[in-house]
Design a protein around this ligand. Structure first.
Ligand SMILES: Cc1ncc(COP(=O)(O)O)c(C=O)c1O
Length: 425
């Protein structure tokens, strides 16, 4: 399948919203922002780790600090009310973006990892015990894998893993075998951050529900890159991070079905999450505030709202189309090089990232050479150590794309990899 000539989105005008993309990098690292004369234009292909931030999102943060910075839900003064309304609206906006029923189903956390821990502690510690099973996939991020593994150890539950086949897809026959009446939770990544596999999460949710289990979907790589509707998937829980979708660091989202969140005990205790307190006992605030103890992520929530507005202006179908186009192009171009092994499904059926190895070259050495070409990628195990063990490699190099990336940038990546290939030949 050939690659289209034109982009489904206006990349040139999108790039104008991201001043960082005009940066040059290279030379000796000194002080951030102080470049050398011979520096090269930045090629940022590390978006699956953290995306860049458009002016509109930074403006929302500046407006908040210059205009109405205040704590929420704690004052009747004007600024506090403005901040409270903006913070609550941010929950509504997120709910609308992912198809949740309303703000009651949207809890702001620090990141995806914290959302996962919230459910593992608040639900898992109460509900899991000897004889119960948590089913994960072999391609889980450590955020999910380590968390459920440790909660299982605390509760006496066991953990089973749905296998990944040669092409990097879930073995759904294996899933059907594993998901039986002992299973209480199926926790699956939506889009793999290493293989790029797009998992059949709705099908897994159906299998889990038929067995009487809950399903938790890790959407850290999915929500930023495609339309997601949590109700269509019928996820019981769904998590993602703001910093991978043009938002700031320090905010993640936990979606949970209202009736399940209602039944769950809080994860963190303290101010903000209580309704009444005596020396003897306390009662809890309504959802979602019951799960947002202490001063919450006000600035980050407001900025996430702006990031969602930005993405929605582009249109998530278009974001997805752009991601797929670039992923296919990168896959095809890297495949043309000798000695490059790419992990995961074919180029025309994957999320917007490509993890690969150059034969005989450690991923860290490769990424260091790419860095000499001003190409920013991630090298390592991408928090999927057991999956890398299964692939038989210690690490890989991952290039990941977003709305501002271009074919030319992928060409630079490929040139740099080819350079490394010749250097190590
Ligand atoms: C699939 C997946 N899950 C979870 C995470 C964890 O996200 P965070 O570090 O924002 O908690 C990541 C981030 O790399 C990821 O790619």
């Amino acid at each position: 399948m050939g690659v289209q000539e034109s982009y489904p989105i206006d990349v040139a005008s999108i790039r104008e919203d991201f001043p960082i993309l005009d940066r040059k990098v290279g030379g000796d690292f000194t002080v951030p922002g102080e470049g050398e004369d011979d520096d090269l234009p930045l090629v940022y292909l590390d978006n699956a780790a953290t995306s860049q931030t458009p002016k509109q999102v930074v403006d929302a943060i500046v407006d908040y600090y210059y205009g109405y910075n205040s704590n929420v839900h704690r004052g009747i003064h004007h600024l506090s009310q403005e901040a409270s309304v903006a913070y609550e609206n941010a929950h509504d906006r997120v709910a609308e973006f992912v198809g949740a029923a309303g703000r009651e189903e949207i809890v702001f956390t620090k990141n995806t990892t914290e959302a996962m821990n919230l459910v593992a502690y608040a639900w898992g510690l109460e509900e899991l015990g000897e004889g119960d099973t948590v089913v994960l996939t072999e391609m889980e991020h450590h955020a999910s894998l380590v968390t459920w593994q440790q909660i299982a150890k605390k509760t006496g539950a066991s953990v089973e893993y749905i296998g990944v086949d040669e092409e990097g897809r879930l073995d759904m026959d294996h899933a059907a075998e594993l998901i039986d009446e002992d299973v209480k939770m199926v926790s699956t990544v939506h889009v793999s951050n290493t293989l790029g596999t797009i998992n059949p999460v709705a099908e897994l949710a159906e299998m889990a529900h038929e067995a009487g289990a809950y399903v938790f979907v890790d959407g850290a790589q999915a929500v930023p890159t495609r339309p997601v509707d949590v109700k269509e998937i019928d996820a019981d829980f769904y998590a993602f991070s703001g910093h991978k979708m043009l938002g700031p660091t320090g905010i993640g989202v936990l979606y949970g079905k209202e009736e399940i969140l209602e039944e769950m005990s809080p994860y963190l205790y303290g101010g903000e999450m209580i309704r009444s307190v005596t020396y003897e006992d306390s009662t809890w605030e309504d959802l979602p505030w019951k799960f947002e103890a202490g001063t919450p992520v006000i600035e980050q929530g407001i900025a996430l709202h702006a990031a969602i507005d930005y993405l929605d202006d582009i249109g998530m179908e278009n974001v997805q189309a752009h991601e797929e186009l670039l992923a296919e192009y990168a896959y095809d171009r890297l495949t043309e090089l000798d000695d490059v092994e790419i992990y995961g499904p074919p180029g025309d059926d994957r999320g917007g990232l490509v993890a690969f190895n150059l034969d005989g070259v450690h991923a860290h050495d490769l990424s260091s050479i790419l860095n000499d070409h001003a190409v920013a990628v991630r090298a390592g195990d991408h928090c999927t150590q057991p999956l890398h063990d299964k692939l038989g490699v210690a690490a890989s190099t991952r290039a990941s794309f977003y709305v501002y990336n271009t074919f030319e940038e992928i060409d630079k990546l490929v040139e740099a990899v080819d350079d490394a290939r010749q250097l190590f030949a």
